[in-house]
Design a protein around this ligand. Structure first.
Ligand code: SF4
Ligand code: SF4
Length: 394
């Protein structure tokens, strides 16, 4: 088969396997590796030290570091995009980012790309050396997606596929065969004068258009970040316990896109309760229940302590009296990180008038009496001071 015939064959196969966009580019060194290095040098990657390792930088600089024989990259986009209306608020609800409301996209995209690789091998009549990448390997995927014509890099750093919006996950298939490139569409769409996402970000995480300081991003703070969430940012998390969609929700490209491309069935919300989980139930859940909650979803990326840290913050931010018992119960959680954030939540609920200061003061004093962890002790001291400031004089 000619490279052109192989291209057409693979594009048809990828479409048949449900991908909404497919683009093909030859393997070559990355053109904008310097931008990534500057981003790292500014420390915007936070605790994600793996982004600065020699292995990671090598992969981002040239896909052949991931597969020496690679000659072509097949880039795909799969839409997730649907919302799940929250169930009636009979409890305190959290919010899960839209991409994580169905089956784990890593699994869905990987499985489909493996089928595409199989079809390429069948067409060639030989085994194909290939590697599937779905956020699983260092690759300059946004540059590849742009070069392949899948979409353009937007000011919020996401890929926007015209006609589809940014509610897409990307995947790449490196192969050792030569396929003709797909023609990249003229770059006739971009963000123009819009800056809605930059202004809407709850934590001010954009240093500038196209430049995100991950250390302030709710997606990073709730998923990648392992330690305490900076106190000044906690109120900005609202009910978000895994990821954040704000800079996509305000985007006009997404407002124009819904409904035109039904999302991948596996990536549709599992159910409304999963998209907007009951925080009181999560706070009380045992290890098995939490395992079931995250099973086969992207939430597998956070461990129990991080998830409950996030739940504690969201309980505090709810300002609801019915969140009080759950927040108070987390003061006795086995994980110090959770206990510390529960102390913050209790004080926040007191300040919101959702818990009586006197009762909270007693609970926090008892927690402080038995606390052995230094960070949790500091959190408790800060919470007690806030609660004391709320107590009626006299
Ligand atoms: S995901 Fe949320 S916190 Fe992160 S940059 Fe976008 S709006 Fe800001
Ligand atoms: S909100 Fe505006 S600036 Fe931000 S990504 Fe969308 S079009 Fe671009």
């Amino acid at each position: 088969m000619s490279p052109e015939a192989l291209r057409d064959h693979v594009v048809a196969a990828a479409r048949r396997h449900g991908f909404h966009r497919v683009g093909i580019v030859p393997v070559e060194p990355t053109r904008r590796a310097d931008l990534h290095r500057a981003w790292l040098a500014a420390g915007h990657h936070g605790e994600m030290a793996y982004l600065a390792t020699p292995e990671h930088l090598a992969g981002r600089a040239d896909p052949r570091a991931l597969l020496a024989a690679a000659r072509t990259v097949i880039v795909v986009a799969l839409a997730y995009g649907t919302d799940a209306p929250p169930p009636p608020a009979a409890t305190v609800r959290g919010v899960i980012a839209r991409y994580a409301r169905g089956t784990d996209y890593h699994l869905v995209v990987r499985d489909r790309l493996q089928l595409v690789a199989g079809e390429l091998a069948a067409a060639l009549g030989r085994p194909v050396a290939s590697r599937v990448c779905v956020d699983s390997a260092p690759l300059a995927e946004r540059e590849l997606a742009e070069r392949a014509g899948v979409g353009f890099v937007a000011k919020n750093t996401m890929i926007i596929a015209p006609g589809l919006g940014s509610y897409v996950v990307l995947g790449e298939l490196l192969v050792d065969a030569e396929l003709a490139p797909t023609a990249a569409p003229a770059r006739d769409r971009d963000c123009g004068q819009c800056r809605a996402c930059l202004d809407a970000c709850p934590t001010g995480a954009f240093v500038d258009a196209y430049v995100l300081d991950a250390r302030r991003c709710i997606s990073y703070l709730t998923i990648e970040h392992d330690g305490p969430i900076p106190v000044e940012l906690r109120p900005r998390l609202g009910a978000m316990i895994f990821g954040c969609d704000v800079c996509q929700e305000v985007c006009p490209y997404n407002a124009a896109a819904p409904g035109r491309h039904p999302p991948a069935i596996e990536l549709t919300p599992r159910d409304a309760d999963h998209a907007h989980p009951d925080l009181i139930a999560l706070a009380a859940a045992g290890a098995n229940q939490l395992r079931r909650f995250v099973k086969r979803t992207a939430l597998r990326r956070v461990d129990r302590r991080r998830l409950l840290r996030n739940v504690a913050v969201a309980l505090g931010n709810s300002g609801q009296p019915r969140a009080a018992a759950a927040a108070l119960a987390l003061l006795a959680h086995p994980e110090a990180l959770v206990r510390g954030h529960a102390a913050w939540a209790v004080a926040t609920l007191v300040e919101a008038g959702a818990v009586a200061a006197a009762a909270a003061a007693v609970a926090l004093a008892e927690a402080a009496r038995v606390e052995v962890d230094a960070d949790a002790t500091d959190e408790l001291a800060a919470a007690r001071a806030r609660v004391a400031a709320c107590a009626p004089a006299g």
